[in-house]
Design a protein around this ligand. Structure first.
Ligand SMILES: [Zn+2]
Length: 317
């Protein structure tokens, strides 16, 4: 594995928050599981022209799940290689199929009008660089273990094989802005094991070795001559300078449902129910009494208080 440059950014990404960072060509963006498996969502833009951003639709040509060596590719008509996945553990499923959760997802599915969600967190994170909620785009989802049946219907697996300290390293092939958040559904799905946990974002400066990796990528895949940019367009809007991303000094994001409040409750169980709790812990499915009871309650709630709606219509829900 290539050695990276100096660690220049180290940010604890708390649940219910998101954060955007510029990452320069040759630098490595790392996402670390601070405690264990959690679904996270990412947005990636050209730092000097935000009209160019990644397209999971094109990236799906590499597969619904991406692997080491696969690329983050920008939407048509730009179609450029923006970043490359350098390193990850096999248990980290990088999904490019699912849609980010939003306030509307929780309302449509459970009539819940207040829940931390990816759409609002990402919008607040990119707001630091002058982008609006309408500038969000389809997400890249590391640690998102989606599965499919023979009819192409998808359902969610879990992240139980993911360990504390696992990481995903992504090499920047151009100057980009990357926004990442802890998915709002982690306490609602098997992806987060029904709890919200923090993650860590790190950026390593470019090194001779990472610069060499970038060069090798472009030797093998030179920029496409047919990649279209505004200078090729018949119709354009605004000046190029309007689309450069600049940090707003003193920006304060306004995250919904942050910080997450935890309420302790005492629950009396029947002997029969407590036997079930003990069985789950003995089998290694749940870690302790609290985890077993809380998970059972949320699983029951998700299944039995679910409203049918096309916004939330996949197997498992
Ligand atoms: Zn989400």
């Amino acid at each position: 594995m290539a050695s990276y440059g100096k660690l220049r950014e180290d940010h604890l990404l708390e649940p219910a928050t998101g954060k955007a960072f510029p990452v320069k060509k040759g630098e490595v963006y790392r996402i670390v599981t601070e405690e264990g498996g959690q679904c996270v969502d990412c947005q990636i833009y050209n730092l000097f022209d935000y009209r160019e951003h990644m397209s999971t639709s094109i990236m799906r040509r590499q597969g619904f799940h991406l692997e080491k060596g696969d690329f983050v590719i920008s939407a048509s008509p730009r179609n450029r290689l923006m970043m490359q996945f350098l390193d990850k553990q096999d248990s980290n499923i990088i999904d490019v199929l699912v849609h980010r959760c939003s306030a509307a997802y929780f309302e449509a599915g459970w009539d819940m009008v207040s829940h931390t969600n990816c759409q609002d967190m990402l919008a607040e994170a990119i707001g630091e660089y002058g982008l609006t909620p309408d500038d969000t785009h389809a997400v890249l989802c590391p640690w998102t273990n989606t599965k499919f049946d023979n009819n192409g219907k998808f359902y969610l697996g879990n992240n139980r094989k993911v360990k504390k300290g696992d990481h995903l390293d992504i090499l920047a092939l151009m100057d980009v802005l990357v926004a990442t958040n802890v998915c709002g559904t982690n306490d609602f799905t098997s992806l987060g094991d029904y709890w919200q946990r923090p993650m860590r974002l790190q950026i390593f400066e470019a090194s001779a070795e990472t610069e060499d990796l970038v060069e090798k990528v472009f030797q093998r895949y030179p920029p496409l001559k047919t990649s279209r940019t505004p200078k090729d367009f018949h119709v354009t809007r605004g000046e190029d300078a309007d689309f450069v991303l600049k940090q707003t000094p003193g920006y304060k994001p306004q995250f919904n449902d942050y910080p997450i409040e935890i309420t302790e409750m005492e629950i009396e169980l029947s002997e029969e129910d407590y036997e079930q709790v003990k069985k789950q812990i003995a089998l290694g499915i749940r870690s302790d009494d609290e985890d077993a009871v809380r998970t059972a309650v949320i699983e029951w709630y998700c299944a039995n208080r679910r409203i049918h709606h096309p916004m939330v219509n996949y197997m498992g829900y």
